[in-house]
Write a protein that binds this ligand. Structure first.
Ligand code: SF4
Ligand code: SF4
Ligand code: SF4
Length: 253
């Protein structure tokens, strides 16, 4: 009898980059095939089993009435549901459109909008209970492996709650914000990427979403003192997590 946990991977409104990050596990991916029974993953499988799953990873936000019904069905059939990446957590890049009137956005993209039924983009948690979130656009491979290990051990994954600044200090980087007056989002963004961007001399844009309990108002004030105008500051907070409770005020709600 097959005792491997049954896994499913789904895609809603997003770019498929989170699923690709999963495939990029490469050597570890082959090990995972020995440990999990992947029953549903349309990106890689022709035959998919729609019965029920022990763990489902959901990529992408919810942006249509049809997607609301689909995520509710997935929830019913799943024991442990993971919001896989920033789109599934809070809408991420697709949610930038939420600040423009819906009809205007549709007219901009489609020559004929008669068959379009889109809504504001949100994370899946607006409609169903989520058991775990994997931050990142896309999540780092290490966090994926941590999730799979903890799922096998039936324990909570140990995911980082501190800011990118902590990882930046581990890398002995000179701070771009304080030394060079560059508008780095690192102080309010969740760690997990290893501070890749500041280590390469570029500001953190915020792709891992809000850290635990960030002081977004204070960072917005620092950006203002540095000479950024209100529009630029809003854009910074809207880019990856403007719908999140942590950044909503600074994003201009
Ligand atoms: S979180 Fe980023 S990488 Fe993942 S689907 Fe959304 S836009 Fe793509
Ligand atoms: S460069 Fe950015 S991430 Fe690094 S310490 Fe400064 S503010 Fe934090
Ligand atoms: S934007 Fe920030 S969180 Fe994203 S990879 Fe760069 S440093 Fe990391």
């Amino acid at each position: 009898m097959n005792k491997k946990p049954k896994m499913a991977i789904f895609k809603f409104t997003g770019c498929a980059g989170c699923q690709l990050e999963f495939l990029h596990l490469e050597d570890e991916f082959l090990d995972l095939l020995d440990l999990f029974d992947i029953r549903y993953w349309k990106m890689i499988k022709r035959d998919n089993d729609e019965k029920e799953w022990d763990i489902s990873l959901v990529e992408g936000g919810i942006s249509t009435p049809r997607e609301i019904e689909e995520i509710k069905q997935i929830r019913k059939k799943t024991k442990f549901l993971v919001a896989f990446g920033d789109c599934a957590i809070g809408g991420c890049i697709p949610s930038i459109r939420n600040w423009t009137p819906q009809m205007e956005v549709e007219d901009y993209v489609y020559p004929d909008t008669s068959s379009i039924h889109s809504m504001k983009v949100t994370g899946i948690g607006e409609y169903v209970k989520v058991d775990e979130i994997l931050k990142g656009c896309p999540p780092h491979r290490d966090t994926l492996i941590e999730l799979f290990k903890s799922a096998l051990l039936k324990i909570r994954p140990r995911l980082r709650k501190h800011s990118v600044c902590v990882e930046c200090k581990f890398n002995d980087n000179e701070c771009l914000l304080t030394s060079k007056k560059m508008a780095c989002m690192g102080p309010v963004i969740s760690a997990g990427c290893g501070a890749i961007c500041p280590t390469l001399g570029r500001v953190c844009e915020g792709c891992f979403g809000p850290m635990s309990n960030p002081n977004a108002a204070a960072l917005a004030e620092i950006f203002k003192d540095m000479g950024l105008n209100d529009k630029d500051i809003k854009r910074k907070f809207r880019k990856y997590a403007g719908m999140s409770p942590e950044f909503r005020m600074e994003a201009g709600h």
